[in-house]
Design a protein around this ligand. Structure first.
Ligand SMILES: *Cc1c(COP(=O)(O)O)cnc(C)c1O
Length: 397
């Protein structure tokens, strides 16, 4: 008896079509998007074999799926890592990677100038789980002095937000190894094109892939790469907390990564030109950019970064405060006030009012974040046009 229409509509051309495709002599030039929440099996032993790691295969998309694995492997390759995993946001990559490393009663040493959300997590949220965090200035203080018997993790950023300071990654790695601690580093501002902290001894490199890795301001994602044993632990927490990046966004991220090298080189070249121009500008009190020879971070950055590149982020202290910052922001028609970074377009942000809004005054001051400070994410436009627009706006103050 022929099947009824509702049945035909449901089963014709379903996932089983994949078996036919697998016999073809051609494969797609680009990995397609696997928009499926789950996978189908012919029999019970097949599922058992996958769970028991006797066979390869996918089961359920929250656990693993092809697009996530593919993009994770690109990121691991870029950083020279054994393994990697891609999350639904930078924050989930960071919080879950940390949760994989510490338990109640443990202690973390972190630098104080961090992405605002991470600072909040370390300072307030982890306390609720009995994890203690001490904030130490990695460049001015001896972090070894703060290691306790319960210290498990050292955490910092390759280029700290928003003052673009650069820690001595090799030195921190040595200390971590000597005391058998894990060393995690957020490499969002640098990317593997500018810095490869794993090669300098870090254990895990973490990213907000929302920024340069995706690079077009169109998705939110995060990643962690490192040794297989640590990434496996992190992956098991990712599965538990349900923070895997979905198929479509994983595919978009993979597409963006094909041009990461080109993009970050151009971001960096443009940023250096803008930084050199602003350094001589009469309305600017100070420029923060690790690629400037006058920067206190220059030597550290030069010796640890690749190919004379220093990234696309720079901050400035205007001669003035909130009023002047507001005038400059309002006077740039194409450079938009965007509380994020690393897209193709140059944007400006105001740390004291956005990413670091929830720091109290005292912490802001301690970190050197002021109300006359602007942070630029230098885009892929022509450098001369970027400079002219900022220059015209600075003339208004
Ligand atoms: C944006 C950012 C994060 C947070 O990432 P999301 O993708 O927004 O969750 C973490 N660290 C740094 C350095 C960032 O710039």
């Amino acid at each position: 008896m022929s099947k009824k229409i509702s049945t035909k509509l449901i089963h014709t051309g379903d996932g089983q079509y994949y078996k036919k495709l697998n016999t073809y002599k051609s494969v797609p030039e680009v990995l397609p998007v696997y928009n499926t929440s789950v996978f189908a099996f012919d029999d019970v032993p097949s599922v058992d074999a996958i769970y028991d790691k006797e066979a390869e295969g996918y089961i359920y998309t929250r656990i693993r799926h092809p697009n996530n694995d593919a993009v994770s492997s690109i990121l691991a390759a870029a950083d020279g890592a054994e393994d990697g995993v891609v999350f639904s946001s930078g924050m989930s990559a960071i919080t879950i990677s940390i949760l994989a490393a510490v338990s109640s009663g443990d202690h973390i040493i972190s630098s104080p100038v961090l992405y605002g959300g991470v600072h909040d997590y370390l300072q307030n949220e982890l306390k609720r789980f009995g994890v203690e965090v001490i904030f130490v200035d990695f460049n001015r203080d001896n972090i070894e002095k703060y290691i306790q018997p319960n210290t498990k993790l050292i955490y910092t950023e390759t280029i700290c937000n928003p003052l673009l300071e650069v820690p001595d990654i090799c030195k921190v790695s040595e200390i971590a190894k000597k005391h058998n601690l894990l060393f995690y580093i957020d490499n969002t501002f640098a990317t593997a094109i500018v810095a490869r902290p794993l090669e300098l001894g870090a254990d895990v490199v973490i990213y907000s892939a929302t920024k340069y890795l995706s690079g077009h301001s169109d998705i939110v994602a995060g990643a962690a790469v490192g040794r297989t044993d640590i990434i496996e632990k992190i992956r098991s927490k990712l599965v538990l907390y349900g923070a895997i990046l979905g198929a479509t966004d994983s595919w978009l991220l993979a597409r963006s990564l094909r041009t990461l090298d080109l993009r970050v080189k151009k971001h960096s070249e443009n940023a250096l030109k803008v930084a050199e121009f602003l350094e001589k500008h009469p309305k600017i009190e100070k420029v923060f950019y690790p690629g400037l020879k006058s920067s206190p971070d220059f030597e550290r950055a030069k010796s640890q970064f690749q190919n004379g590149l220093y990234g696309g982020m720079l901050s400035v202290n205007l001669k003035g405060g909130e009023k002047e910052a507001s005038i400059v922001i309002k006077s740039m028609p194409e450079i938009k006030y965007v509380p994020s970074l690393a897209g193709t377009a140059t944007t400006v942000s105001y740390a004291a009012k956005t990413s670091h809004r929830f720091y109290n005054r005292e912490d802001l001051e301690k970190c050197g974040i002021t109300f006359g400070q602007l942070r630029f994410s230098i885009g892929l436009e022509d450098a001369d046009d970027i400079i002219e627009e900022i220059d015209t706006a600075l003339e208004k103050i």
